[in-house]
Design a protein around this ligand. Structure first.
Ligand code: SAH
Length: 367
């Protein structure tokens, strides 16, 4: 097993946070090829230092101690069908986050968290209901992918996609998120278009994303196509209303030459009316190429009383959009039986400012 960072010890290097240059310094005195060996072990072979059998045992031990992991496993849940796995982690300081691995016939996707909790306060989202605890580091984000990728590999599968659709708002934690994107692309070797950043609509963040040097995929959680309703459902809309959001989306598409997708959680009688389809279609057409719409059947969460649109209503809304010329699909619902579906990630976010950080074991973290 990997060693975790001792509580309270101020260590800056973490296993998936250390840069290649920093690793070179750490390996000073070793043969030059060691840096490549260790780097390839960590990212190419997804090994922990203990597993790097091509590295001398003493160095393996030193690396395990000096490059601690950032995530302490708490629990793991597997859906009845076996194709969705949810990992619950404790972070240093005690906050908890979740990661979901989804195995499809043609791809394997990891859904990562970018923050413990979320400050965006969308009422229908369990993470939003819990409030914000803290940002995740690059290391904490990358490690989620590495652990899930190992699990996929154990089942003979290779992770192909990473979506920033877990807990948190990725564009409210830009630098660590971008650090993770770079590492997933440069070191793990995932293609940029298979990395999807999903945002509630932080306009300056979308604009900066458009200027980055990797053409990642952008998803925007729209949920309403007029400001009155969106102000209610997605409170950040009061700060960045639809016109500004659309402008930023247009610029992103122009810079990236990539289609974007709008996510739309279907809430019964709230955003599934004929008028909603008409407004949404008009909005999609204003983007060239027109935005793709991803309809998400609303998943139940404790703090939101309004039910989701029934399945036949979801299909009718999709058909209406298609008839209006919109490319719309219904997102397959994954992991509802293990509370791992969209918007259901609600790991308990515990306060981080403990004067005496506790060592989390599975037993204490679950109690
Ligand atoms: N903060 C980012 C990342 C979260 S992604 C964002 O808002 O895009 C998770 C997606 O699931 C978002 O589109 C979110 O709006 C949606 N979602 C949240 N709660 C949901 C729920 N209860 N049912 C279905 N989708 C939900």
């Amino acid at each position: 097993m990997s060693t975790t960072r001792p509580p309270g010890r101020d260590v800056t290097a973490t296993r998936y946070g250390i840069s290649r240059d920093e690793l070179t310094v750490l390996l000073d005195g070793e043969p030059r090829y060691r840096v490549d060996q260790v780097w390839h072990g960590l990212y190419g072979r997804l090994e922990s230092p203990e597993e790097m059998t091509n590295v001398p045992a003493a160095l393996r031990r030193r690396l395990a101690a000096e490059l601690p992991v950032s995530l302490e496993p708490v629990t793991e849940s597997i859906s009845d069908t076996g194709d969705t796995v949810k990992f619950l982690w404790a972070l240093h300081g005690g906050a908890q986050v979740e990661t979901v691995l989804m195995l499809y016939p043609d791809r394997a996707t990891v859904c990562v968290s970018s923050q413990a909790g979320c400050a965006m306060a969308c009422g229908f989202c369990a993470t939003g209901q819990a409030g914000f605890t803290r940002h995740l580091t690059t290391s904490e984000i990358v490690e989620q992918v590495v652990v899930a990728a190992r699990r996929a590999r154990d089942g003979g599968r290779r992770v192909s996609n990473v979506v920033f659709m877990g807990m948190g708002e990725p564009l409210a934690n830009e630098a660590p998120v971008w650090g993770a994107v770079r590492r997933l692309h440069d070191d793990i070797g995932l293609s940029a278009r298979h990395l999807t950043i999903s945002t509630v609509g932080i306009v300056p963040g979308i604009r900066r994303l458009a200027e980055r040097d990797l053409p990642v995929t952008l998803a925007v959680s729209l949920h309403a196509a007029n400001d009155e309703l969106r102000d209610e459902l997605v409170p950040i809309n009061r700060r960045y209303p639809l016109e500004q959001l659309l402008d930023a989306c247009r610029d992103f598409i122009a810079a990236n030459r990539r289609r974007i997708s709008f996510e739309w959680a279907m809430i019964d009688g709230v955003n599934d009316r004929a008028s909603d389809a008409v407004e949404l279609a008009a909005l999609c057409r204003r983007l060239q190429p027109a935005a793709h719409v991803n309809l998400i059947p609303l998943n139940p969460t404790p703090g939101w009383p309004t039910p989701g649109t029934p399945p036949e209503g979801v299909r009718a809304f999709r058909d209406r959009l298609v008839a209006l010329g919109v490319n719309a699909t219904i997102r397959a619902n994954r992991g509802t039986d293990i509370d791992a579906a969209c918007g259901q990630l609600a790991a308990r976010a515990m306060p981080t400012q403990s004067a005496h950080p506790v060592t989390l074991t599975t037993a204490t973290a679950e109690s």
